[in-house]
Design a protein around this ligand. Structure first.
Ligand SMILES: [Zn+2]
Length: 59
């Protein structure tokens, strides 16, 4: 459903799912969630690098 909205609804925090996010830490609700995402992202990149090489070799 697409309705004409004048205001942009704040998306929920991608980490904890809370609707209220801080402008300072967008799109996260707080510094804690932003930090959690950073660590998660770093870990994911490291995994993806090795996983991607393994996947490409397997195929
Ligand atoms: Zn959060």
């Amino acid at each position: 459903m697409t309705e004409p909205t004048t205001e942009t609804p704040a998306a929920p925090c991608p980490i904890c799912g809370k609707p209220g996010q801080d402008r300072k830490y967008r799109p996260f609700c707080s510094a804690r969630c932003a930090d959690v995402d950073l660590h998660r992202w770093l870990g994911e990149v490291y995994r993806v690098e090795t996983d991607d090489a393994e996947d490409a070799d397997g195929e």
